[in-house]
Design a protein around this ligand. Structure first.
Ligand SMILES: NC(=O)c1ccc[n+]([C@@H]2O[C@H](COP(=O)([O-])OP(=O)(O)OC[C@H]3O[C@@H](n4cnc5c(N)ncnc54)[C@H](O)[C@@H]3O)[C@@H](O)[C@H]2O)c1
Length: 353
């Protein structure tokens, strides 16, 4: 695989079984949040698959530079999904919308809960309403956060949600994204919206945010490359499953385009569980880093009352059966790609930090 962002995302498309997808139905595609981490990788994949692509992004956490290599190949609109007139105007004439724009990252949500709730709920309704108006299919990007602190593993799409109290603002992200899902199901039932939903578990890879926005891979990678102390929140024994972005966008594409995905939600994530302590050690190895690893409490990192699930593991059986999707890229392959991308793009990342 190549080390630049564009090269990385092209390769996983090989496993899309070219020619078997319903691409004829979806010529013109809009990606909301297309200047972001997952969105810009998805845009690359869509162009590789021969689609015409539009993007709307307010660049609040996304970067124009993520799409710089595509200047002239896509239609870019700098604007907000909260601007209902603009959204309607851009959705008109598109066959499919991948709705990824959202307020993301635990730190963002904790620091600006009101803005985050509005972006995620009002913004999503603006997109869904436009899709109904213009008879456009939509894929909604949701999150494993909607499962909250559920303690059944692995987590299946029909599992109960277990959410903390409303005064802890961290849970507003989970609830706002769950409300997005309810909206999508309600628009499908009452207004005939053709929609499908993907729930991403932790995704990493080229174009991760420079400042992390709560992404543990991003913050550890930048600390490791600077040989600075790696600071782990909690005791580090909490586990997560990290999926490579090339796999994530492939699952997104399949869920967005296949007829069999309509009206359904799919977990998209890696099944291999790793502790945060072990993740730090592997990132240090990939970076050739001499960083020391230390720990701080959640209270120190986020203020009193912060809650973090000990485990989060996806059951991806449904995606395998209905989409023919399974994750292909292991952490051993994906982490060096990510670390190398970070090293190669350090100057640009520093400028946008
Ligand atoms: N990265 C992950 O591990 C992960 C996990 C679960 C869910 N998700 C979901 O995936 C989607 C993409 O996330 P990402 O990780 O690429 O983060 P990201 O921040 O890179 O992408 C979000 C994009 O939305 C844009 N945006 C935010 N508010 C907007 C607005 N009002 N109008 C227009 N654009 C706006 C941002 O500028 C950014 O480009 C989000 O919906 C997120 O909830 C991501």
């Amino acid at each position: 695989m190549g080390r630049d962002g564009a090269g990385i995302v092209g390769e996983p498309t090989a496993s899309l079984k070219a020619g078997t997808l319903t691409t004829v139905d979806f010529v013109r595609i809009l990606v909301t949040g297309g200047a972001g981490f997952i969105g810009s990788n998805l845009v690359d994949l869509l162009l590789t698959e021969g689609h015409e692509v539009k993007v709307i992004d307010d660049l609040s956490t996304g970067r124009r530079s993520n799409l710089a290599h595509l200047d002239g190949s896509i239609e870019f609109h700098e604007g907000s999904i909260l601007d209902t007139d603009l959204v309607s105007q851009i959705v008109e004439g598109t066959d499919l919308v991948f709705h990824l724009a959202a307020a993301v990252g635990v730190r963002n949500i904790v620091e600006a809960p009101l803005k985050s709730i509005r972006t995620n709920v009002d913004g999503t309704e603006s997109v869904l309403e436009a899709c109904v108006r213009h008879d456009t299919r939509v894929l909604l990007a949701s999150t494993s956060e909607i499962y909250g602190k559920a303690a059944k593993f692995p987590m299946s799409e029909d599992d109960d949600r277990v959410i903390g109290p409303t005064h802890i603002s961290r849970w507003s992200y989970s609830t706002s994204k769950a409300l997005d899902e309810h909206l999508a199901f309600a628009y499908a039932a009452e207004r005939g919206l053709r929609m499908s939903i993907v729930r991403y578990f932790n995704t990493y890879g080229p174009r991760l945010h420079a400042n992390g926005y709560g992404s543990v891979v991003a913050s550890m990678t930048s600390q490791a490359l600077a040989n600075a102390p790696i600071v782990i929140h909690g005791d580090g024994n909490q586990t997560r499953c990290f999926g490579f972005v090339g796999d994530t966008i492939r699952g997104t594409y399949l869920a967005g385009t296949l007829d069999g995905a309509l009206g359904q939600a799919f977990n998209i994530g890696a099944s291999t569980e790793i502790s945060i302590n072990e993740l730090a050690a592997r990132i240090c190895r990939a970076a050739g880093s001499s960083s020391e690893i230390s720990h701080i409490s959640y209270d120190e990192a986020y203020g009193p009352g912060f809650e973090d699930p000990k485990r989060r593991v996806p059951d991806v059986t449904k995606a395998a059966e209905k989409l023919g999707w399974t994750p292909q890229v292991s952490l051993d392959d994906g982490l060096p790609i990510t670390v190398n991308w970070w090293r190669d793009n350090n100057d640009q990342l520093a400028a946008t930090r």
